[in-house]
Design a protein. Structure first.
Ligand code: TMP
Length: 253
């Protein structure tokens, strides 16, 4: 499919105009960054894995009635998505303490939380995506109260779905981040899950061994990121079990 003009280049993806108005082609790069791009690497095969894993999660979400931007996968690195206005928030759902929350509140990593906790960060790289409250969101007009009710409900539905899918393959969903898009159907506005859902944006721990199968492998230098993501994809049946070349995932249909 012919790509249109480049619209935006992010740290892990590039967006191009899609073939029809209201569509976008999302290209998954092999670039990995952490700590607001202070740490960088190119990890061969990461883009392919995230493209396929994000397709898998977004398709599953649609099947259980959670609206997403995903339309179809085009090839190994590209997917066609619905154009939307991104709400400038990172919506984080946590089931176990880890990462910045464990540090901020002095809770040992891996402690189960009494219930899922939703946090919001303002999407601004220059500020390092600071944590904000619903008060900031309402006062600065980033989202309305009705939007926030819908975002909370979407976030918890995604959490239930993802946690269940992961549980089924022996993986604990520690936490994840999603982004929300605004679309207009005539005068009517709706919120949908946008961006990507992949091991770049989740914390995934093997239930038996505690092995990390997400981007913390890169952030904390714990080994091969491709190996970790391939493990997730293989368990979910997104990748064949005996991938001949771990760095070069093959496509199954
Ligand atoms: P944190 O503990 O570093 O705040 O991360 C919480 C979750 O959000 C974790 O699953 C990783 C994900 N995340 C992103 O997807 N993008 C980011 O820029 C950051 C900081 C975290």
């Amino acid at each position: 499919m012919a790509r249109g003009k480049k619209i935006y280049e992010g740290k892990a993806k590039t967006l191009y105009e899609g073939p029809e108005p209201g569509t976008i082609i999302q290209y998954f790069k092999d670039d990995a960054t952490a700590f607001n791009a202070e740490k960088k690497a190119v990890i061969e095969g990461k883009g392919v894995l995230n493209n396929m894993l994000s397709e898998y999660f977004m398709t599953g979400l649609a099947q259980v009635g959670v609206p997403t931007h995903f339309l179809k996968r085009l090839n190994m690195r590209e997917q066609l998505v619905r154009a939307c206005e991104i709400v400038p928030l990172e919506v984080i759902v946590r089931n176990y303490a880890a990462g910045s929350m464990a540090k901020r509140l002095g809770i040992e990593e891996g402690t189960q939380l009494p219930r899922p906790i939703v946090e919001y960060c303002y999407k601004d790289d220059a500020l390092g995506d600071p944590l904000v409250t619903e008060e900031h969101i309402a006062a600065f007009g980033w989202a309305s109260q009705q939007d926030m009710d819908d975002i909370l409900s979407l976030a918890l539905r995604v959490n239930d779905f993802l946690a269940g899918v992961m549980y089924g393959v022996g993986i604990k969903l520690v936490d994840f981040k999603i982004e929300i898009g605004r679309v207009y159907d005539g005068d009517f506005q709706r919120l949908i899950v946008a961006d990507e859902i992949s091991p770049d944006s989740c914390r995934l721990w093997d239930m038996k061994t505690g092995e990390k199968l997400d981007k913390d492998v890169f952030r904390r230098d714990l080994g091969s990121l491709t190996h970790a993501y391939t493990e997730v994809a293989t368990r979910l049946g997104v990748m064949p079990k005996n991938n001949p070349q771990p760095g070069k995932p093959t496509l199954i249909n």
